[in-house]
Design a protein around this ligand. Structure first.
Ligand code: G3D
Ligand code: MG
Length: 179
């Protein structure tokens, strides 16, 4: 299959510093938990190529590397995104409470984008500050999906990105039918 037939999807990672965005991107695109990997400041992206239901898919994962506090530097990267992953750390209530700031910012920039909320660091669940019900009901209220992951162990990390691929395929099929 040629590169032309590749389904391209741009996903942006948002959320407070230290919730695990870079670790999730690294786990997803390279299957590595690189605890020593610190990207340079600025928005960075990583690429994952995979086959999904016989289709070649290329996912660009944009990571707001270390610039969580400088929104003006980030806004241009929202353009063309098909989905947003908004991450918090299940051991940090503060990061959960800040989710709404991220929702407001991203919806202010690109409208009602497909959103997946992620509670990361499930391997630290003994220190959990947010229970599953509270998180799910928040995601419901914000019309997003909810997934809990561990970038450290690779648990449920792929599941975060699959809904975007499925939505893109559905959208594409819809377009084909209309022609
Ligand atoms: P950020 O990109 O959102 O700022 P990072 O977050 O990916 O840089 O991760 C912040 C810290 O959390 C890192 O630890 C990283 O190793 C850790 N981390 C990320 N995901 C997980 C996870 O699923 N489980 C656990 N236990 N830790 C995780 P350091 O010590 O480098 O600050
Ligand atoms: Mg980071």
């Amino acid at each position: 299959m040629s590169q032309k037939d590749e389904l391209k999807i741009k996903v942006i990672l948002l959320g407070n510093g230290s919730v695990g965005k870079t670790s999730l991107a690294s786990r997803f695109t390279r299957d590595k938990f690189a605890s020593t990997y610190k990207p340079s400041l600025g928005v960075d992206f990583m690429v994952k190529r995979m086959e999904y239901e016989g289709r070649n898919v290329k996912i660009l994962v944009f990571d707001t590397a270390g610039q969580e506090f400088i929104s003006s530097l980030r806004k241009r990267y929202y353009a063309g995104a098909s989905g947003a992953v908004i991450v918090y750390d299940i051991t940090s209530r503060r990061s959960f409470e800040d989710l709404s700031r991220w929702v407001e910012e991203v919806r202010g920039e690109v409208g009602n984008i497909h959103t997946i909320f992620v509670g990361n660091k499930t391997d630290l669940s003994e220190d959990r500050e947010i229970n599953l019900e509270e998180a799910k009901s928040y995601a419901d209220k914000m019309e997003g999906e909810y997934i809990e992951s561990s970038a450290k162990f690779g648990d449920k990390v792929i599941d975060i990105f699959i809904p975007f691929i499925e939505a893109a395929l559905k959208h594409e099929n819809g377009m084909v039918k209309r022609i």
